[in-house]
Design a protein around this ligand. Structure first.
Ligand code: SAH
Length: 271
């Protein structure tokens, strides 16, 4: 890794610039790349999908670890660069949000590794975490604030619908925090690498769409009591019956409920 060329130098050589439109912030610290690849536990022959390879710093580390690598890149120039430099990478040129997964990433056991623009990254996580059969793990760089929300404890400010929806679907662990200076050009916010292991949502028979609706309603107005927040979606007497059934105090706020409590109250509310 020590011979990695700094992205500023590589861009210049390629007569390219970091494109804001594609949220390009290239990793410039080999040490962080190593940590990501190690955390992803890539073994020779593993099917890995890298989203947004860019100038290929992670790509090279994944190949060195023996990954059977598929990469998805939206920027035509970056895609061309990867294709030329790394002909053994299967490259899909296009938007990761629009890839036909059944065709391009068939079967199971895929490991996802990505340093993507943060808006795309969060949406992609939310979508892909819902496919535990396809994805074994997702190891991704996100905005630190989003990682903190995913890992938050009930009753804290960061705890919200993203926390609960993710917690129902995946085990999550923090890999490391990453400062802006680790990228070129540096982003305005702190970043962090998180790892998610998706599983079939354990909701005791409650359909996940219904569960998500209840969770979002509970957090829709953070200063409201749980009873009032849920009453925006269900009749008040239905809400009161559900609260009585579950023994949950309707005067508390949604952010006090853990996953078990959300599961219980969802089961008592009509779909
Ligand atoms: N992984 C590289 C590049 C990070 S910059 C590194 O760590 O250095 C983000 C990369 O994601 C860029 O290459 C950008 O072109 C690509 N990208 C942005 N939006 C994308 C999308 N919707 N689908 C696939 N790739 C995307």
């Amino acid at each position: 890794m020590s011979e990695e060329i700094h992205p500023r130098v590589l861009l210049k050589r390629l007569e390219q610039r970091a494109r804001r439109r594609f949220g390009q912030h290239f990793l410039a610290r080999p040490g962080i790349v190593t940590r990501i690849v190690r955390a992803a536990r890539v073994e020779p022959g593993d099917r890995v999908v890298e989203v947004g390879p860019g100038l290929g710093i992670l790509t090279r580390a994944l190949l060195a670890a023996g990954a059977d690598l598929t990469a998805i890149e939206l920027d035509r120039d970056m895609a061309e660069f990867i294709r030329e430099e790394h002909p053994d990478v299967r490259l899909i040129e296009g938007d990761a949000m629009r890839v036909n997964l059944d065709e391009e990433l068939p079967g199971s056991g895929w490991k996802v590794v990505a340093n993507l623009p943060y808006n795309v990254g969060t949406r992609l996580m939310l979508n892909w975490v819902d496919m535990p059969d396809r994805f074994e793990s997702l190891t991704v760089m996100l905005q630190k604030e989003v990682v903190d929300r995913i890992l938050a404890d009930p009753g804290t400010r960061a705890y919200g619908s993203l926390t609960v929806q993710m917690r129902a679907r995946a085990k999550a662990r923090m890999i490391c925090a990453v400062p802006p200076a680790a990228f070129y050009p540096p982003p305005k916010v702190d970043s962090a690498v998180i790892q998610l292991f998706p599983h079939v949502p354990d909701l005791g028979g409650v359909p996940s769409a219904h569960f998500d609706r209840v969770v979002r309603a509970a957090f829709s107005q953070r200063r409201k009591t749980l009873r009032n927040a849920l009453s925006a979606l269900f009749d008040r007497d239905v809400v009161d019956a559900a609260l009585t059934q579950t023994g949950i105090d309707g005067q508390i706020r949604g952010e006090m409920l853990d996953l078990d409590a959300f599961r219980a109250i969802s089961a008592q509310l009509p779909e």
